[in-house]
Design a protein around this ligand. Structure first.
Ligand SMILES: [Zn+2]
Length: 381
């Protein structure tokens, strides 16, 4: 069967893919280091051009690492692939624990999140080109981002613009384990800061003249956590608190950092309004709320469902894979893509586990079938 040819091609390319995975994992690329990231970007640009014959547009940025738009094909229907080369790991991490293979798994900083996913995509495209099956009705753009791990602050616009032009988008983040499910819905997220100003006083001499910012914050934290509504998929978490200068001082300052997750844009608006309207419990305490929603929710649409049904069918009939769909509270660039209305399948990266942990790994044996699934989706969508 023709799809077996794709899987077999990727299988036979596996040694080269792993060699390149080793090379890329051993190059540090923390989100905030432009110099290393520019080097990493050019590495991917070279591999993409060499392996697929496509052309690469480097989108330069003065502060963040350069982004890449890797183009292949010139058909009328635009398909967008999105991944990021930045990792959460600091400079020197690759030197401390370089790429290694053990018991069929590959380890190293960023191997799972998501350097293997990027190579899987490039080799999927290579297989389509070399088998003469790159679809003439498609043009594919692989957008490689440099600041996903810090919320894509400088690349959001580029991603949204690319998404608006695309008929379908495939995000190369890891799937959801333990089943390897594709992600068709993600919660939206927000980051807020609540600052409380009170009035300081001596805790022994004139406490009645003071207004405790810490007492006020303690009340606000309970109010904030009470907003959480698991049935609606809404959570509010006060993740840090700071305040006060000593036990014998009525604190005139306290602050908290707050994480908000929502499943729908209506909830995003509702929570945002609720936070903006917070009023103090104590007379003369003053509240200031800053921040806001940073990623819109990726809501499951009919078009997304159709794309998922196609993936499940290809997986079942051609690849002997059982593929499920799931939703997650974690965010990715898929949030921005889906929010402009583009049907989005997320989780088309490598299988493995332990993102953002030194235990991070990928399962090598799963690479060919997952890459073939992506290749066949590009062909058939
Ligand atoms: Zn990550």
């Amino acid at each position: 069967m023709s799809s077996l040819t794709i899987t077999e091609r990727i299988q036979s390319d596996l040694p080269e893919l792993l060699r390149l995975l080793e090379e890329s994992v051993n190059m540090d690329s923390p989100s905030k280091c432009k110099e290393l990231n520019d080097t990493m970007a050019q590495w991917y640009a070279r591999q993409f051009t060499r392996l697929t014959g496509g052309h690469v547009e480097t989108v330069k940025h003065p502060v963040a690492g350069d982004r890449l738009l890797c183009h292949l094909g010139d058909g009328p229907k635009q398909v967008l692939l999105v991944g990021h080369y930045d990792t959460v790991w600091p400079i020197g991490e690759a030197g401390r624990r370089p790429f290694r293979i053990e018991n069929g798994n590959a380890y190293g900083p960023g191997v799972y999140d998501m350097k293997a996913g990027l190579l899987q995509a490039i080799f999927a495209l290579k297989a389509l080109v070399e088998s003469g099956r790159f679809p003439t009705d498609k043009r594919v753009t692989l957008l490689i981002n440099s600041d996903e791990e810090i919320g894509s602050p400088t690349s959001r616009e580029l991603i949204e613009q690319a998404a608006r032009e695309a008929a379908a988008a495939f995000v190369l983040e890891p799937p959801m384990e333990p089943t390897g499910a594709l992600k068709t819905a993600r919660k939206g997220s927000g980051r807020y800061k609540l600052t409380v100003k009170g009035i300081s006083a001596h805790a022994g001499v004139n406490p009645q003249n003071g207004v405790s910012a810490i007492e006020e914050l303690a009340c606000q934290i309970q109010r904030l956590h009470a907003i959480t509504d698991h049935a609606r998929g809404t959570t509010v978490n006060v993740g840090t608190v700071h305040g006060g200068i000593g036990s014998n001082v009525v604190a005139d300052h306290a602050e908290a950092e707050i994480d908000v997750r929502v499943a729908t844009s209506e909830e995003a608006e509702r929570i945002d309004a609720e936070l903006a309207a917070l009023t103090p419990f104590l007379p003369n305490a003053v509240l200031t709320v800053t921040g806001g929603m940073t990623r819109p929710p990726m809501e499951r649409t009919e078009a997304t469902e159709a794309l998922y049904a196609l993936a499940r069918e290809i997986a079942r009939t051609e690849l002997a894979l059982h593929v499920e769909q799931t939703s997650t509270g974690g965010v990715s660039d898929g949030n921005f893509i889906a929010a402009v209305g583009t049907p989005t399948l997320d989780g088309l990266g490598a299988r493995g586990d332990h993102a953002h942990s030194p235990l991070e790994y990928i399962r090598i044996a799963e690479i060919p079938a997952r890459a073939a699934l992506l290749a066949r989706l590009i062909e058939s969508c």
